[in-house]
Design a protein around this ligand. Structure first.
Ligand SMILES: C[S@@+](CC[C@H](N)C(=O)[O-])C[C@H]1O[C@@H](n2cnc3c(N)ncnc32)[C@H](O)[C@@H]1O
Length: 210
């Protein structure tokens, strides 16, 4: 794929910086240590979740992302944290992994960006074991009309600057539409502009039994 200068040189460090704020790091600490068994991280990006995996619970981690530049940044963090991660260059809409093979899927600040989130969630469901779980933390559609207005206004330019990120996706609805059962919390992150700070985090399962 031919990449322009911005996508190759500016976007990766920009995403690493914007996704590395204190409030977002705090969100990561809430969910990532719960990952166990065979783990698939969707849209691993620059690897900002890597320091928070509990090594005692991890069998293996597969890290999927279409960006080789971001994968390279994540590889450095994997080495620094002594975690054996298999990097897979690819997209969530077409996951090259067998059915029902993953115990935990991790997805953070990525459902906003995936071009076809419905297709991605269908693929996620396919690769997840029946009793597996998805740990997620995402920004998305705010509950207040005023904020939503801003989200809709800013979104076209925001999306261009931040590599396809959307401000106004309704995260719980996306999961529910694919039939997932959710346990989640929501709030505006502190010290973060409201239009990008409404955060939903928690766990999604294929069924509520177990
Ligand atoms: C805002 S970054 C978040 C990165 C990381 N998950 C985090 O929490 O810091 C969004 C990520 O989604 C990835 N991405 C974009 N399109 C994707 C797709 N179709 N499937 C999987 N990941 C995708 C980007 O390459 C980027 O790494």
């Amino acid at each position: 794929m031919i990449k322009n200068f911005y996508e190759k040189n500016i976007l990766p460090p920009l995403l690493n910086c914007c996704c590395g704020t204190k409030p977002i790091t705090y969100q990561r600490k809430k969910i990532i240590p719960e990952a166990n068994g065979d783990i698939l991280e969707i849209g691993v990006g620059s690897g900002l979740n890597i320091p928070f995996y509990d090594k005692n619970k991890v069998s293996k981690i597969i890290a999927l992302d279409p960006s080789e530049d971001l994968n390279a940044m994540a590889k450095i963090k994997a080495k620094a944290n002594d975690l054996n991660i298999h990097f897979l260059t690819g997209i969530a809409e077409d996951i090259q992994i067998p059915d029902s093979s993953i115990d935990t899927i991790v997805i953070t600040y990525t459902l906003c960006t995936i071009p076809e989130p419905e297709k991605a969630l269908s693929e996620i469901k396919r690769v997840l074991k029946t009793n597996g779980k998805i740990l997620f933390s995402e920004h998305g559609l705010a509950p207040d009309d005023k904020v939503v207005n801003w989200q809709n206004k800013i979104n076209p330019i925001w999306s261009k600057v931040f590599g396809g990120c959307n401000l106004n996706r309704d995260i719980p609805s996306l999961f529910k539409a694919e039939g997932f059962v959710l346990t989640y919390e929501q709030m505006y992150l502190p010290s973060t502009p409201k239009f990008v700070g409404f955060n939903t985090w928690g766990e999604a399962k294929i069924s509520s039994h177990d």
